[in-house]
Design a binder for this molecule. Structure first.
Ligand code: ADP
Length: 619
């Protein structure tokens, strides 16, 4: 997420655009080159929201660039529509509508399959433009005669024709594009975009409808592409058929990677590098078509040595010089440091915060969760078999059992990550069997994961904001232009959660820089920030040193006040200290259930544990 210094970036952009015609000619930039850079930059603003912010790599943006471009050009040439700006907006709307329909199909898949679908879509659009629609698009001749804009102000008429005159119109369009893009990435929707990029699984689990948000990013990118496509026709006085070619999509991806993705200005900088290299190598050095060879080498070097592109590299350099460290890219290969004591014992003890929601007298009693006959079969294996399980409001239940007993599968069924083969789950009296994890989280049931599922490229506070947003805004809302800071109750909830998980001293630390114990607490914090009425914790003590375990048990005790929680853990001593009742699972079934004392003294449990699996439990 971009830092929220009000209007600084907008101001610098405006200043840069005003100064460009005075400075760039001295650097050898022709006005036509600058105008082309602006069109690519505008095209890339939407693409960066899709790729850089939401993590969806599309190779099909030429489809929307061409759609918007040809709709606008057709209106202005063949249909005799006189208003250039309005034609551009209509082209943009046509591209956005096309983007919506294509997104519905393409977003059914993720990763490489999504990218491959977008490649295919670009090819289909290229074919359609040249063949069935060639009467409208001019086929390989394109559409000549696209007019430039002029605005009648009553007392005078403004004409934007070519060169630096047209630049003024393009610069205004780019500026408006930047202002809108900044609003979007600073909005709650923009925060969810980043969450999807970093960890779609967790974004879903904390209650966001990620399909809806991905489609939103896709439509935004298509709209920007459509508007930029229209500007291409205006810039060249001709709508070229190559707007639809796959090369256009590829060039956009490469320019964004060169300039720096997730920066909004990366595509503009990338386009400046690309186009000036092209001019220099082709014209000045006379390399002809071989210029792409040099470009290829430059691209490989840049991607190898500046993973975050030119702007990312400059930001890192600035951070180094000023002693601030930028937010790092999530690094999947980075191993987690296990069992590093992170917080002084005294700090935890002193932190013991007051609970957010103490249970007032008269708060609901009776069962909050009832599972009946819950069974999960994986092929021939019964992971859970006919489990009956009830937890009351305000209870702290522990679940123990040897590895492979079916504990995690049981949690996954309760949170609707996996669906039971048979049986029902009632949450607060409502049948949630077969629902999805997002809806269940929205109802107030969520879990913290056994293996951390954090938003690794973001800071601690940004992580908690994303989780808290789902409770405050629901699973999907298009508040694209709303500032995150204006959401009532958000900062309070984030602050309360920071206190609860004892991370008040680290709110602005990137997740990648946290110690293991801190990450574990943030993992619990993410679940807590959704304000669940039933919180499940899957092995919260996993991977911790003995000292960290003691501290975390204290933390869990303080969190549990006024809440209903179910905790799975291998650490029996910790669980017996925490839980009011304990359920023992073995081979997918409930072996026994009772108070910690009853469990300790139960001969079946003793036999089960001392009779062979004790070592496993202690591991
Ligand atoms: P626990 O959490 O108690 O260690 P799990 O619920 O992870 O146990 O696993 C219970 C059993 O179900 C194990 O035998 C495991 O191999 C199997 N299992 C869990 N998930 C899957 C899956 N997705 N596909 C097939 N088998 C699975």
């Amino acid at each position: 997420m971009l830092k929220q210094r009000p209007y600084l970036i907008e101001f610098l952009t405006a200043a840069g655009l005003v100064l460009a015609p005075f400075v760039l000619p001295w650097l050898g930039f022709a006005p036509n080159t600058v105008n082309r850079i602006l069109v690519w930059g505008l095209f890339g603003l939407g693409f960066d929201i899709l790729f850089g912010f939401t993590g969806l790599l599309s190779f099909g943006q030429s489809a929307f660039y061409g759609t918007g471009g040809f709709v606008a050009a057709y209106l202005l040439t063949r249909a005799g529509f006189p208003y250039v700006a309005l034609a551009l907006v209509i082209g943009m709307i046509a591209a956005a509508a096309t983007g919506y329909l294509i997104g519905l199909i393409a977003l059914r898949r993720t990763g490489i399959y999504f990218a491959m679908i977008t490649v295919a879509i670009a090819e289909v659009f290229f074919f359609v433009e040249f063949n069935p629609l060639s009467d409208f698009t001019g086929g390989e001749n394109g559409l000549p005669g696209v007019p430039t804009p002029s605005f009648n102000l009553g007392f005078t008429t403004l004409h934007f024709t070519t060169g630096w005159s047209l630049y003024q119109f393009l610069a205004l369009c780019y500026f408006i594009g930047v202002v809108i893009a900044l609003r979007i990435v600073r909005s709650p929707v923009g925060a969810v975009f980043s969450a999807i990029r970093d960890n779609p699984l967790r974004a879903t689990a904390v209650g966001h409808n990620i399909h809806g948000y991905k489609l939103t990013a896709f439509v935004i990118a298509a709209a920007y592409a459509g508007f930029a496509g229209g500007l291409l026709g205006v810039l060249q006085a001709f709508m070229p058929p190559d707007a639809f070619t796959f090369d256009t999509s590829g060039q956009l991806v490469m320019q964004t990677a060169i300039g720096g993705r997730g920066t909004l200005f990366g595509p503009l900088v990338g386009a400046a590098v690309w186009l000036s290299l092209q001019d220099f190598l082709q014209a000045a050095l006379g390399l002809g078509a071989a210029w792409k060879l040099v470009l290829g080498v430059v691209f490989v070097l840049l991607v190898c040595f500046l993973r975050r592109g030119i702007i990312g590299g400059l930001a890192d350099l600035y951070g180094l010089l000023t002693g601030q460290r930028g937010v790092r890219e999530p690094d999947e290969s980075e191993p987690e440091v296990v069992a590093v004591a992170s917080t002084p014992h005294a700090a935890i003890a002193a932190a013991a915060p007051t609970p957010v929601r103490p249970r007032p007298a008269g708060s609901p009693s009776g069962p909050i969760l009832q599972a009946k006959g819950l069974t999960k079969r994986y092929g021939g294996l019964l992971a859970n078999s006919d489990i009956d399980f009830t937890v009351n409001h305000g209870e702290l239940r522990g679940i123990i059992g040897p590895n492979g007993a079916g504990k995690s599968t049981f949690f996954k069924m309760l949170t609707c990550e996996v669906h039971p083969t048979s049986g029902t789950i009632l949450f607060e009296g409502r049948d949630i069997t077969g629902m999805n994890v997002t809806d269940v989280c929205q109802l107030g049931l969520t879990k913290s994961y056994q293996v951390n599922q954090l938003f690794a490229g973001l800071t601690v506070r940004e992580n908690l904001v994303i989780a808290a947003l789902s409770g405050l805004r629901g699973k999907f809302r298009l508040d694209l232009f709303r500032s995150i800071d204006s959401i009532p109750g958000l900062s309070e909830r984030v602050q309360q959660t920071l206190e609860l998980v004892n991370l008040t001293s680290r709110p602005d630390t990137p997740v990648s820089e946290l110690a293991y114990g801190e990450k574990r607490r943030l993992e619990i914090g993410l679940a807590l920030a959704t304000s669940p009425s039933l919180l499940l914790l899957d092995e919260p003590l996993a991977g911790m040193s003995p000292r960290e375990r003691v501290e975390t048990v204290k933390l869990l005790k303080s969190i549990s006040q006024g809440r209903t929680m179910i905790i799975i853990d291998h650490d029996m001593d910790a669980l017996f200290e925490l839980a009011e009742r304990v359920t023992v699972l073995q081979e997918g079934r409930v072996l026994v259930e009772g108070t910690p004392e009853e469990i300790k003294n139960n001969s079946t449990v003793q036999e089960a544990y001392l009779g062979g699996v004790h070592g496993v439990l202690a591991a």
